[in-house]
Design a protein around this ligand. Structure first.
Ligand code: NAP
Length: 248
C-alpha cells in the first residue's frame, strides 16, 4: 500500500472525483480527512465507507472558499489526526454562461470556490508542512484551464489560475520538500457533467482520441501517484488526465 501511515486532507469528497480520490487513498492505507459544505447523510456514508477500508476517516462541514473556515478546518484536522502529509484541493463548481451574459456574481462565485479555496487551504496547511519538512499538494485543475472553452470563461480562468498558483508554490516550498502538482481532468463522468445533453456528450466524446469520457477513479489514480513517495523529484508538474484531448 503506497500511502500507508500517511494522512490526507481531500476537499469536496462527498461525491464525484473527490469521493473517488478518498476511496483510492483509503485503499492505499491513507487516513482521510475530507470536507463538503454540509454535514449530511452523504458525508456520514462516505465516512463509513472509508472507515470500512480500515483507515481513520472523518468528514468536516467547511466552506473552503472562506479563509477563516479553511483555517479552522485544518486546525481541527491537525488536532484529530496529529499530522497532514497530503492536501488534495479538489472542491470546485461550474456556473456556465457566455461572457456576454455572465454576471459579476457568476464570475466571482466560481473564482472564489475554485481558486480562492486553493489559496485558503494552502495558507492553512503550509505552516504544518513547513515544520515537518515534507508534504505533497495535489490541486485539481482542468484541461479547460489550459485550452479554454465556450461558456466557461469564469471556470477556465479559475483553473488557469490554479496552474499559476501551484507553480509559484512549487518554487517557494521546494526547499522544505513540499511538492505541488496539478492534475487536469478532461471530460469525466460525474454529477457535475450529468446535466450535459446526450448529443453534446457524443460530440465531445468524438473529439477525444480515446473516444470515451474518463472515470473519476482514473483521475484518482493520478492523484495517488503524485501524492505518494513514488515521485519525490516531481513538483510543479501539470498532468492532464484526458484521453489525449487536443490542446491539453
Ligand atoms: P462534483 O461532483 O460537483 O463534486 C464537487 C465536490 O466539491 C462536492 O463534494 C461538493 O460538496 C464540494 N464543494 C463544492 N463547493 C465547496 C465549498 N465551497 N467548500 C467545500 N466543498 C465544496 O464535482 P466533480 O465533477 O467531482 O469535480 C471535482 C473537481 O474536478 C472540481 O474541481 C472540478 O472542477 C474538477 N474537474 C471535473 C471535471 C469533470 O468532468 N467532472 C473535469 C475537469 C475538472 P458539497 O456539495 O457537499 O458541498
Amino acid at each position: 500500500m503506497i500511502l500507508e501511515n500517511k494522512t490526507a486532507i481531500i476537499t469536496g469528497a462527498t461525491r464525484g472525483i473527490g469521493h473517488a480520490i478518498a476511496v483510492r487513498f483509503a485503499k492505499e492505507g491513507c487516513n482521510v480527512a475530507f470536507c463538503g459544505r454540509t454535514r449530511n447523510e452523504k458525508m456520514i456514508a462516505v465516512e463509513q465507507e472509508l472507515s470500512a477500508l480500515g483507515v481513520k476517516a472523518k468528514g468536516y462541514a467547511t466552506d473552503v472558499a472562506d479563509y477563516d473556515s479553511a483555517q479552522a478546518f485544518v486546525k481541527e484536522v491537525l488536532a484529530d489526526f496529529g499530522k497532514v502529509d497530503i492536501l488534495v484541493n479538489n472542491a470546485g463548481i461550474t456556473d456556465d454562461s457566455a461572457v456576454k451574459r455572465m454576471t459579476e456574481e457568476q464570475f466571482d462565485r466560481v473564482m472564489h470556490t475554485n481558486l480562492k479555496s486553493v489559496f485558503c487551504m494552502t495558507k492553512a496547511i503550509q505552516p504544518a508542512m513547513w515544520r515537518q519538512g515534507h508534504g505533497a499538494i495535489v490541486n485539481i485543475g482542468s484541461v479547460v484551464g489550459i485550452a479554454g472553452n465556450y461558456n466557461q470563461a469564469n471556470y477556465a480562468a479559475s483553473k488557469a489560475g490554479i496552474i499559476g498558483f501551484s507553480k509559484s508554490c512549487a518554487k517557494e516550498f521546494a526547499a522544505r520538500n513540499i511538492r505541488v502538482n496539478v492534475v487536469c481532468p478532461g471530460f469525466i463522468e460525474t454529477e457535475m457533467t450529468a446535466e450535459v445533453p446526450k448529443e453534446l456528450m457524443a460530440t465531445w466524446c468524438s473529439r477525444i482520441p480515446m473516444k470515451r469520457p474518463g472515470t473519476a477513479d482514473e483521475v484518482a489514480q493520478a492523484c495517488v501517484f503524485l501524492a505518494s513517495d513514488m515521485c519525490p523529484y516531481i513538483t510543479s508538474h501539470v498532468m492532464p488526465v484526458c484521453g489525449g484531448m487536443e490542446d491539453a
